[in-house]
Design a protein around this ligand. Structure first.
Ligand SMILES: [Zn+2]
Length: 493
């Protein structure tokens, strides 16, 4: 008995054996597997909701339009009411297709009268010249399937303002006064002509001397594949002194003008924009989409870039796109605030460029493109392409590191080995790809059905419909594919 007792006591005092593999495993599992409380999910949802609401509120924000009565209190400022009056005269003509009496005679006369009035009231510090150009020519366009555009007697109304000490360098600001058939062309592009005339008036009345010239090109033919701007940039005597340009367009009506193309190269142009304009709204994502050719349209920006070898900025009103190129593109669609906003921005930008030092030696500041976007309309975020490459590389490295960490964790959280995990990962990636392809097919079927029922793009006037017609089915198809994958393959692991 005594012997047995002693043996038992001895056994009790023996060091305990090393912790079993299961215990170690459980400890690691507890360390790695810390599920996030669901409050995180709701916080994320709330954040998305707040950002979306802010974006919608900012989208609707327009400055109050200044009236002619406010002029004494706001000298040297853009007066939206005056631009509105000019626009009203232009749109009263009705459709102004290139070659028509309305475009070639009536519209040209209205522009000439406005400009002559501005010249009469201009300050003595400025020299203002006007020229009516009639250009003929031909050029190739890499547009759609490629075409040659031949034109004859395209009219341009051109004004140059500069100081008494002439500068050999100019900034070009362009719009077109013609419209498509059946459209009064209020936003596309009468409003830009009205904005430019008001900017010309403000610059001409100001006592501030311009360091470089500003050339205002009111071109009479854009809608038939941009012959008038080609006529100017390849043939007009003032074209040789243009160093940079601003193009004003519309693919919607009213709202805020978006900067959707900048460059090529010459990062100083975008820097001037971000430093000068009071209401920035810019997106290089829009530039990528536009330059990819997905949108079946083009602007004079291409002509100045390709045939004038110039860099510049391309702006367009894009809200209410359903009125674009229709009879609904009327002056009623344009609030005074939209004119004020575009006027304030382009006036500030024109002053910044014409008074700056860059355009006297543009080749010196040529290098580099920028990635750019505005942050909630408050300021422009921009970085160079090498930095964009670094950001992309860091994202790739971080993604690979995440996979590595997950492989390490998976053996404790899911009880699977590296090979199994990687196989699972490949399966999930493939499922995601398949779900994307299926959701594209689903949206194509819906679009096809809408077309078959004669309701093509019926959601365009009410963007919320697009949510139910396309967003919900896309999400459903993606979720169904993932669920099916989980049901089929979960039991295997
Ligand atoms: Zn246009």
């Amino acid at each position: 008995m005594q012997e047995q007792f002693l043996r038992n006591r001895f056994m009790e005092h023996l060091p305990t054996t090393a912790p079993s593999r299961t215990l170690q495993h459980d400890e690691k599992k507890a360390k790695y597997y810390k599920p996030l409380p669901c409050i995180h999910f709701f916080a994320l949802l709330f954040l998305i909701f707040v950002v979306f609401t802010l974006v919608i509120i900012i989208e609707k924000q327009l400055p109050p339009g200044l009236k002619i009565a406010d002029e004494a209190k706001h000298p040297d400022s853009f007066i939206a009411e005056r631009a509105y009056r000019i626009l009203s005269n232009l749109t009263k003509i009705g459709p102004r297709t290139a070659g028509s009496f309305e475009n070639e005679v009536v519209a040209v006369n209205i522009l000439k009268q406005e400009i002559e009035g501005i010249i009469r009231e201009a300050d003595d510090h400025h020299v203002i010249e006007i020229d009516i150009q009639k250009a003929s020519g031909a050029f190739n366009l890499e547009f759609l399937d490629g075409m040659t555009n031949v034109y004859q007697d395209m009219q341009n109304v051109i004004v140059k303002i500069g100081s008494r000490i002439a500068s050999p360098h100019s900034l070009l600001i362009n719009c077109h006064f013609d419209s498509v058939i059946d459209s009064p062309g209020a936003s596309d592009d009468g409003a830009s002509c009205a904005v430019m005339l008001e900017i010309l008036r403000v610059l001409s009345k100001s006592t501030k001397i311009l360091r470089h010239n500003v050339i205002f090109l009111f071109n009479g033919g854009e809608e038939n594949f941009m012959p008038a701007s080609h006529g100017f940039i390849t043939q007009h005597i003032w074209a040789k002194e243009v160093r940079v340009f601003i193009n004003l367009e519309a693919c919607g009506a009213g709202g805020r003008e978006v900067l959707f193309q900048a460059g090529p190269n010459h990062p100083w142009i975008l820097e001037t924009y971000s430093e000068e304009v009071p209401y920035p709204y810019a997106s290089s994502l829009a530039q990528e989409i536009f330059q990819s050719g997905v949108i079946p349209g083009d602007t004079d920006y291409r002509i100045f870039r390709d045939f004038g070898n110039l860099s510049g900025l391309d702006f367009a009103w894009s809200s209410n796109g359903y009125v674009y190129h229709t009879k609904f593109d009327t002056i009623e669609q344009i609030p005074l605030g939209s004119l004020q906003r575009t006027g304030d921005n382009i006036l500030a930008l024109a002053r910044g460029m014409a008074q700056g030092y860059h355009i006297s030696d543009v080749d010196r500041y040529k290098q580099g493109n920028l990635v750019f976007f505005d942050f909630l309309g408050a300021f422009v975020v921009r970085w160079t392409m090498p930095i964009a490459d670094i950001i992309n590389m860091v994202s790739v490295i971080f993604s690979i590191y995440t996979i590595y960490e997950n492989v390490k964790k998976a053996q404790y959280t899911d009880d699977i080995k590296e090979k199994q995990y990687l196989r699972k990962l490949m399966g999930c990636t493939l499922t995601a790809l398949v779900s994307w392809i299926l959701s594209v097919l689903a949206t194509l079927i819906i679009a096809g059905l809408l077309t078959a029922f004669g309701r093509t793009m019926s959601w365009y006037a009410r963007p919320l419909w697009a949510f139910f017609l396309y967003v919900i089915p896309t999400l459903l198809v993606c979720m169904a594919t993932v669920l099916l994958h989980a049901k089929l393959f979960n039991s295997v692991s």
